[in-house]
Design a protein around this ligand. Structure first.
Ligand code: CA
Length: 729
């Protein structure tokens, strides 16, 4: 009998394992090491230069490695050692970790891979299985990174959860909803997502919610690293005064707001930069733009609107406010102050200072005293036309009045894409330079037409004429548009550019940056599919690699068994790649590496084959308005932004079936792919109008030759590829 029971169990066991692995969203695999990142290891991370245990390398987030086996002299011999394909081909923003022989990396839709760092063999794969209404509220399906602590890997998800994963097995340890119904946010609770990398210190995991472009109230919160229980939450803007303020600082902040700002949340989302500083024992974080963008729509009196567009310092144990510095009072330009920050110890005229550095989206490079938030300097590192400088006494920008686009549109520099976005910087203590993935960006800010629908309210309506066509001669103060990127080496003490690369020839943007003691700086050209290495002192290019796909994330470096490697997570839409398939992979390089990437598959664009356009002009116009408010942010102007994350609707088979179209738009049958139901915002006749609008657009394109062959006199082709990896929140 016993024998039979054993037999039964042994037959049952594989099934149990299968069920278990499905429930835990893990691809069964051998166990890996434990990723035993302790408080002591993280605080003393500089003593283990072979590791990359935190998002920014170490707590300073300098993204500097003391490794120097690969240097400016031999970098030309770098070759691909191994590569591993991901489960997705979408945009990869995730900065990997390397801990004790294993690379951990998050991909665009909240999958985490653990790879044997020597061979590239996958140890495990975890899928957070994102779902639900919140996936509608995204400016891109991306994730920028993960954190490690005490045997667990942490990730924020696009459906606004914080998850902990067992680093050994890839099994989910816990999953916490960061915006539970108990917060009483109502519909607003569904408009959050998370894209930033968690930071971890003192047994707590810190994470903030994205959603500033959809009308939410910003926050950062701390969770117990072992249990996922919320320890504290710092709201960055005051809520409805009738409900009382969570702390006295928010009561103070409410005095800088007018009207009923809380109905649109107010913004100030914490969606990228956060630095725990063991020197001051403070947690610094950047806050996003005011919501909606247009300050006059948000607040008729244009108050400062604290704490939007600010850097804030709190105590990591309690979330208690310590200081803030507001970069942009009364922000009217989507000037999130969330670009990556780092701490450094610099000598100013012989005086050593512990400072917090941020090359901000608004084009100014800020140097703050880390302990107090006192502004030491603020200088433009790229083209800036909204302010002529920053008053160091008051800390306030000296604005160009016309830049507030009250009477006329203003061709803003930096545009809303930013003079620098989320792409991480690096700082080399050897050269004293901050390496900035800098952009020159232009974007026309204009008031909305008089009878526009109210801003936000669940759609993508920011109180401006988004994408308003402006004739070239009206593009004041100059006729430039779009983004181009380059690497700039900035001296934060001398307050000037020391060297910079040429602007990328394709006008494309940058990736994040890595600096090493080998006198090297690594940075990719996002649109150009290239990863480059530069001499950190001179800026001379010393190595270049064709990644065959976009490079957005910052590379890292590590040492294993005496060999230094460089790892880059790549993937996504690239310049000229409008409709072509793309690839997403982990690439690992070493001196003398001989691996070869497969050539991209041949590709023929899908044909434009819409049904005839028979709807009335009234229906098509109505559909176009709805499309602009609810669909264009992902699917692009005219239905064909065609970023890899979002389908090109002009070639959709759904154009032939209103039933199929409704199933997606109103019933949410593709919610698992990020396309939630719009039934709350669109009636069945609205769905008909949107489809008719797309049919009309597709026919207009077909008349002009279709994608890849736009004929003269047809509707305008899409602008030159501007896949910036922008993904702003
Ligand atoms: Ca923003």
């Amino acid at each position: 009998m016993i024998h039979n029971r054993r037999l039964a169990l042994s037959l049952l066991l594989p099934a149990l394992i299968m069920v278990g692995s499905v429930n835990n969203n893990v691809t069964a695999a051998p166990e890996g090491p434990a990723a035993n990142v302790t408080a002591e290891r993280l605080v003393k991370a500089e003593a283990e230069p072979g590791q990359w245990m935190a998002y920014g390398g170490t707590y300073s987030e300098q993204r500097f490695s003391a490794l120097k086996q690969i240097d400016a002299g031999n970098a030309g011999k770098l070759g691909l050692q191994w590569f591993a394909d991901y489960e997705t081909n979408q945009n990869q923003h995730g900065s990997p970790l390397y801990i004790d022989g294993v690379i951990y990396v998050s991909t665009s839709r909240n999958v985490v891979h653990a790879f044997d760092a020597k061979t590239g063999e996958q140890i495990w794969k975890y899928n957070a299985m994102i779902q639900g209404e919140r996936l509608r509220y995204n400016l891109g399906m991306v994730n920028r990174g993960i954190a490690a602590w005490n045997g667990k890997i942490y990730m924020g998800t696009l459906d606004a959860r914080l998850v902990a994963i067992d680093a050994k097995t890839g099994k989910e340890a816990w999953s916490t909803d960061t915006v539970p119904a108990s917060l009483g946010l109502g519909d607003m609770g569904d408009r959050y997502s998370i894209t930033m990398a968690p930071r971890v210190a003192k047994g707590k995991v810190f994470i903030g919610g994205s959603g500033g472009e959809f009308g939410v109230r910003g926050w950062i919160a701390a969770y117990d690293a072992e249990t996922g229980k919320e320890a504290w939450r710092f709201w960055t803007v005051p809520g409805d005064p009738a409900k009382g303020f969570e702390n006295p600082k928010l009561a103070d902040a409410a005095k800088t707001w007018n009207g009923e700002w809380w109905k649109n949340g107010g913004g100030g989302t914490v969606w990228d930069a956060a630095v725990y500083d063991p020197v001051t024992d403070l947690l610094y974080f950047g806050t996003g733009n005011g919501a909606p963008w247009n300050a006059r729509v948000r607040d008729a009196k244009i108050g400062d609107n604290l704490y939007t567009a600010s850097i804030v310092a709190v105590r990591p144990d309690t979330g208690e406010y310590v200081w803030h510095y507001q970069e942009v009072p009364g922000d009217a330009w989507d000037y999130d102050a969330v670009s990556p920050m780092l701490t450094a110890d610099l000598a100013f005229g012989g005086e050593q200072k512990h400072v917090l550095l941020q090359p901000s989206k608004n084009g100014f490079f800020y140097v703050l005293e880390a302990a107090t938030g006192k502004l030491l300097s603020a200088d433009p590192f790229t083209e800036v036309n909204w302010a002529t400088g920053v008053d160091l006494k008051t800390g306030r920008p000296i604005e160009v009045p016309e830049a507030r686009y009250e009477k006329e549109p203003w061709n803003l520099a930096p545009g809303v894409q930013g003079g620098h976005s989320w792409h991480p910087n690096a700082f080399s203590p050897d050269t004293g330079l901050v390496y900035i993935p800098a952009w020159e960006a232009y974007f026309t800010m204009a008031n909305p037409p008089a009878n526009s629908p109210p801003a936000l309210g669940g759609g993508f309506n920011l109180g401006i004429a988004f994408g308003a066509p402006v004739a070239a001669d009206k593009l004041k103060p100059y006729a430039r548009q779009g983004v181009s990127g380059r690497l700039k080496a900035w001296d934060p003490v001398a307050r000037k550019v020391v060297w910079e690369t040429e602007s990328f020839a394709n006008g494309g943007p940058t990736s994040g940056v890595l600096a090493t003691a080998g006198n090297l700086v690594f940075m990719g050209n996002g649109g150009g599919k290239i990863l480059n290495a530069y001499d950190a002192k001179s800026g001379a290019k010393v190595w270049s690699f064709d990644a065959k796909t976009a490079v957005f994330a910052a590379p890292i470096t590590y040492e294993l068994d005496g060999v230094q490697y460089v790892a880059a997570s790549v993937g996504g839409a690239a310049q000229g790649g409008y409709f072509a398939p793309t690839y997403a992979r982990m690439l690992v390089f070493a001196i003398g590496g001989k691996a070869v990437l497969p050539e991209p598959a041949p590709y023929t664009p899908p044909p434009l084959n819409p049904p005839p356009s028979t709807a009335s002009a009234e229906v098509i116009t109505h559909g176009g308005e709805l499309y602009s408010q609810f669909c264009s942010v992902c699917h692009g102007a005219n239905g064909m932004q065609a970023r890899t994350s979002f389908p090109n609707l002009t070639v959709s088979l759904m154009l032939h079936s209103q039933g199929g179209f409704d199933a997606v738009v109103l019933q949410g049958v593709r919610a698992d792919k990020g396309m939630g139901s719009f039934a709350k915002d669109l009636k069945p006749e609205d769905s008909v109008a949107v489809r008719e609008y797309l049919i009309e657009r597709a026919n207009a394109m077909k008349a002009g030759g279709g994608p890849g062959g736009f004929g003269p006199g047809a509707m305008a082709p899409p602008p030159p590829r501007q896949e910036t990896g922008h993904e702003d929140r």
